[in-house]
Design a protein around this ligand. Structure first.
Ligand SMILES: NC(=O)c1ccc[n+]([C@@H]2O[C@H](COP(=O)([O-])OP(=O)(O)OC[C@H]3O[C@@H](n4cnc5c(N)ncnc54)[C@H](OP(=O)(O)O)[C@@H]3O)[C@@H](O)[C@H]2O)c1
Length: 252
């Protein structure tokens, strides 16, 4: 396989599990050196690092709660220390209380915005000088369909993701002159730990498969492949967009 990301250094937040893990594996397969960020689950992060090593890639893990601005900065500093810079940033980590919006406590609202939205801004601010130094950079945020349509008990995440998608547009315009490309990948339901923790998961899964025109649930690599596309020159004219991969679910 050709290695279009050879000599590139990528930081992936929430790379230990689910979609983040699939992104780490795919970018490593494309030749990038990876910093696998996690918050709690060191075992899963180490397993992702091992899986990358098994396919002859290079990766390290780093614990950082991206809801904490200092930890975001430490994550980027670690990438510089280990690999010498950052060419690619993927903000995938996300969290949110599953309950109706009107029942959210203010701290639950804040937590979603801190991790899902504000962390992206802090991380991007930190990588701008590194990417400017290299003359280019590429940034991708991960969103979900709940940013634009009502999903039961999903408001804490969905609203913060809507803000994230708008943040992507602003940053994309502001950073394009610096040759830093900023885009977003959004997806329909993907079976990961996050979705399995949803109330009535089994019913939800049946419903999603029934409603999805392509007739199945999403898999982590369905989103990872779109992230990969946004990191290659083939997508070089795409700027500030949210690409949706959902088997057609958002159209029905
Ligand atoms: N699953 C879906 O149906 C779906 C669909 C579309 C889009 N998405 C989006 O895809 C992304 C990943 O979702 P997922 O389903 O793969 O999630 P997941 O299985 O719950 O994994 C979450 C990942 O984020 C990390 N994480 C959580 N809080 C963090 C924090 N404060 N700081 C650093 N890392 C943190 C976790 O680390 P630990 O392992 O240490 O806990 C884990 O690696 C999210 O942005 C989500 O909104 C998901």
């Amino acid at each position: 396989m050709t290695k279009p990301l050879k000599n590139k250094i990528a930081v992936v937040t929430g790379g230990s599990r689910g979609i983040g893990r699939a992104i780490c594996l795919r970018l490593a397969e494309m030749g990038a050196d990876i910093v696998v960020n996690y918050v709690r689950n060191q075992e899963a992060a180490d397993e992702t690092v091992k899986a990358i090593a098994a396919q002859s890639g290079k990766a390290v893990s780093f614990q950082a709660n991206v809801g904490d601005s200092n930890a975001c900065e430490a994550l980027i500093d670690y990438a510089v220390q280990e690999f010498g810079g950052v060419d690619i940033l993927v903000h995938n980590a996300a969290i949110g209380a599953f309950k109706p919006v009107h029942q959210l406590r203010p701290n639950q609202w804040d937590l979603s915005f801190e991790i899902n939205t504000k962390a992206f801004l802090i991380l991007v601010k930190k990588v701008i000088p590194l990417m400017e130094k290299k003359g280019e950079g590429n940034v991708v945020a991960i969103s979900s369909l709940g940013a634009h349509r009502f999903l039961p008990s999903y408001g804490a995440i969905g609203i913060s993701k809507a803000a994230l998608e708008t943040l992507v547009k602003y940053l994309a315009v502001e950073l394009a002159p610096k040759k830093i490309r900023v885009n977003c990948v959004s997806g329909g339901a993907v079976e990961t730990d996050a979705l399995r923790s949803y109330p009535d998961f089994n019913e939800l899964k049946k419903d999603i498969v029934r409603k999805t025109p392509a007739g199945r649930m999403g898999e982590p690599d369905d989103l990872a492949r779109v992230v990969a596309f946004l990191l290659t020159p083939e997508s070089s004219w795409i700027c500030g967009q949210t690409l949706i991969a959902d088997g057609g679910l958002s159209l029905v």
